[in-house]
Design a protein around this ligand. Sequence first.
Ligand code: HEM
Length: 447
Amino acid sequence: MATPLLAQPAAGSELLGVPVSQRNGVLEVLSMRRDPFSFAERRTEQYGDVFAMNALGVRVVTAHGAEAASEILMNRDRAFVNGPAWSYFIGPFFNRGIMLLDFDEHRHHRHIMQQAFSPNVLKGYFAEMQPVIADRVAAFPVGQVKLFDEFKDLTLDVALEIFLGIELEKSEADRLNKAFIETVRAGVALVRKPVPGGRWWKGLRSRKILEEFFYQHIEAKRAAQTPDLFSVLCHAESDDGHRFTDEDVVNHMIFVLMAAHDTSTITMTQMAYRMAEHPKWQARARAQSMELDPTLGYDDLAGMTVLDDVMKESLRMCPPVPAQPRMAVKDTEVQGYFVPKGTMVVIPQMANHRDPRFYRNPDAFDPERFSPERAEDKGHRMAWTPFGGGVHKCIGLYFAGMEIKTILHNLLLDYEWSVPAGYRLPMDYSALPVPKDGLPVTMVRRS
Ligand code: HEM
């Protein structure tokens, strides 16, 4: 029997119809979560690069490959939007976050927000962040340590310090952390209704707590300029004199906290894992860090070329945002396939990052593929897209590099860490890719 199509292209059109997998949607999602790489391989073998399936109650078209990513992300005929696509997953909790805005409204907000990520402002964040990180990393435990958990706590502390710039009582910081974590977790709830006690319900309750917190502090933040993101967003002004309203600042703060947190934690976890699995890369990165002044300066970050390549390769093998959804707002096409208005389309960048057309031996950890001589990531402008592409490309990518490299630099100077021979990090791909076991390593303090 012929595979059913998502929609029939118009008579006389040269476009192809998107084939729809007839497998049970829940089983498909479970199979994808178990092993996204072999899932992608099997399905593309059967259907080609563009196919549809039922997932979490919606029909989703997955469009594999750098060319498809380019068509969708560059969005030349303005057929794709973020709002309704991302809202499906995180909407009520990250309502009106910048990633959920589109076209003119998005451009307007991005223009103002850009001020909070300019090089000079980043230097200000760095000055605040560097001593906090050095102290916190120096106090890491030794022996058997779950590094993912340590990174998660540390990035939350950095976020509170650098993003909020508010001295909090421990109980208040804990309350805020809990609200933040519950808000993030709600997006991947299986029961997507506010059933009391459930993830969705907790997410909505926690979003309220975060909103109340930010509204409570906004007047003071507007009154004085301080080097934290909260204050910078309150004062940021575009060239044409526009500023964010109080409501905008609150929505953006909640969204940026989320966007910055798990993504950086996941990247560091992957880097630490790979450097434990391949000690020669740990040694190389450490040698470079040891050449720098122990009190790291902002300009030193550019010299950490080994950590740069380890970070790029870790982001290639395990991009923290594994896929990017978009919604077609008019009939359009992707790679010669007809995509009707109202279709959810997903770019599977985790699978795209293993494309043998660009990457030699793509399942192997090999940071040298980013060397100027090989530059495998440059084979196509969408071959390496951990930070996305097009107008929504991650606004915090330099912030992320700065935080991640500062933390890893301190870790390399203070400790050596290892995993047992043959250890493989067990991954949970049900939402963002996190280790099931917290990445247990043996940490030894360097004398
Ligand atoms: C390694 C860490 C990070 C990764 C892998 C990452 C990845 C991404 C990706 C893939 C997108 C685009 C999503 C889409 O187009 O659908 C994005 C957007 C965004 N990221 Fe990041 N991110 C990281 C860190 C950060 C940090 C540290 C911040 C803030 C301090 C941040 C703030 C944002 C914001 C505000 C957007 C939305 C931009 C827009 O819609 O205009 N991210 N990020």
